[in-house]
Design a protein around this ligand. Structure first.
Ligand SMILES: NC(=O)c1ccc[n+]([C@@H]2O[C@H](COP(=O)([O-])OP(=O)(O)OC[C@H]3O[C@@H](n4cnc5c(N)ncnc54)[C@H](O)[C@@H]3O)[C@@H](O)[C@H]2O)c1
Length: 270
C-alpha cells in the first residue's frame, strides 16, 4: 500500500546490486511512495547490469560512483541535483565490503591493507558522502541521511571480523556528522541496525545461515526482512521523523533487548 510519504522528495540511493539487496527494496518502495531519485553503485558492481532493471522500473537515472572516491561522489551529487531538478531530501548509504571476509581471513590473520580498504568502503565513505553533500550545499533543509549497520558494532561476532570495526566507525560518524549537519541545515543523520538478511553481502559471511537462524529464534518478532528494513528507511526519509537524529536505530525484531527466548531454550534442550 502506498501513502505518498515521499511525494515530491528527491534522493540518492547507494548499494542496489541485485533484487535481494536492501537498497533495491528501498528504491522500489521510495518510488511507490512518490519519490524521485538517482541510483548509484561502484562501476565494477554495475557491470553485472542488474541495476538497469531497477532504473527502468523506478524511472531513475544511474550515476556510477565508487563511494571511496571524493571526486566521483562530487560528480554524483552535482549530477543528481541537475537530473532531479533540486536539492536532495534523502540519501541511503547501503554499502559494505570487507576484502578480509572475502578472502576468509580470520581475526588473528587480518591483512592490514585489506583492513584499511574495509574501513574506507564501509565507514569512511559515509563521511565522504556527507562531506561532499555539505560542500556542494546539496542537501535540502530537514533532509534525511541513513546508513545501514549491524549489531556487530556493539557485540562480538567472530566471523564478522573487521566489519565490526567498520560498523562501529560508521555509527560514530553518524553521531558526529549528525550534530554538524543539524546545525548547518537541520539535516538528520542516523544508522539503522538491521537483522541478518539474506543478501549477497550477508551470505558472504561464514556461518551466516547459523546466525541468521539464531537471530530469528532470539528475536520475539523474528528477523526483520529487507522489505521491513525498506519500510523503516521510508519512515526515516519522511517528514514524520524530523526530530530523529544521531541515533543508531535497532531494527531487529527485538533481538538486541532479548536475553534468552523460549525458542532458544527449546533448541538447547534437544
Ligand atoms: N545482509 C545483512 O545481513 C545485513 C545486516 C545488517 C546490515 N547490513 C548492511 O546493509 C547494507 C547493504 O548490504 P546488503 O545486505 O543489501 O548487501 P548487498 O551486497 O546487496 O549490498 C552491498 C552494496 O555495497 C556496494 N559497494 C561495495 N563496494 C562499494 C564501493 N566501493 N562503492 C560503492 N558501493 C560499493 C555493493 O556493490 C553492493 O551494492 C550494508 O551496509 C550491510 O553491511 C546487511
Amino acid at each position: 500500500m502506498s501513502y505518498n510519504l515521499l511525494k515530491g522528495k528527491r534522493g540518492i540511493i547507494f548499494g542496489a546490486l541485485n533484487e535481494s539487496s536492501i537498497a533495491w527494496k528501498v528504491a522500489e518502495m521510495a518510488a511507490a511512495e512518490g519519490a524521485t531519485f538517482t541510483l548509484t553503485n561502484a562501476p565494477l558492481a554495475m557491470r553485472m547490469g542488474e541495476i538497469n532493471k531497477l532504473a527502468e522500473s523506478t524511472g531513475s537515472t544511474i550515476i556510477p560512483a565508487d563511494a571511496t572516491s571524493v571526486e566521483e561522489l562530487e560528480n554524483l551529487f552535482s549530477e543528481s541535483v541537475k537530473v532531479l531538478g533540486g536539492k536532495i531530501d534523502f540519501v541511503l548509504h547501503s554499502i559494505g565490503m570487507s576484502p578480509n571476509i572475502r578472502k576468509s581471513k580470520n581475526y588473528g590473520e587480518l591483512n592490514y591493507d585489506f583492513f584499511l580498504k574495509t574501513l574506507d568502503i564501509s565507514a569512511l565513505s559515509f563521511h565522504k558522502v556527507m562531506h561532499v553533500a555539505e560542500k556542494q550545499d546539496a542537501m535540502a533543509e530537514y533532509g534525511s541521511i541513513v546508513a545501514l549497520s549491524y549489531i556487530a558494532a556493539q557485540r562480538n561476532y567472530p566471523d564478522y571480523t573487521d566489519m565490526s570495526q567498520a560498523k562501529a566507525a560508521l555509527e560514530s560518524i553518524a553521531r558526529s556528522y549528525g550534530a554538524r549537519f543539524a546545525k548547518l541545515k537541520k539535516v538528520r543523520v542516523n544508522t539503522i541496525s538491521q537483522s541478518p538478511t539474506k543478501t549477497t553481502a550477508g551470505a558472504g559471511i561464514a556461518g551466516f545461515d547459523v546466525f541468521y537462524e539464531f537471530a530469528n529464534k532470539m528475536s520475539p518478532l523474528g528477523n526483520a526482512t529487507a522489505e521491513d528494513c525498506a519500510n523503516y528507511c521510508i519512515a526515516m526519509f519522511s517528514d514524520f521523523t524530523r526530530m530523529v537524529t544521531m541515533q543508531n536505530l535497532m531494527h531487529d525484531g527485538g533481538f538486541s533487548s532479548s536475553g534468552i527466548t523460549e525458542e532458544i531454550i527449546e533448541s538447547m534442550k534437544k
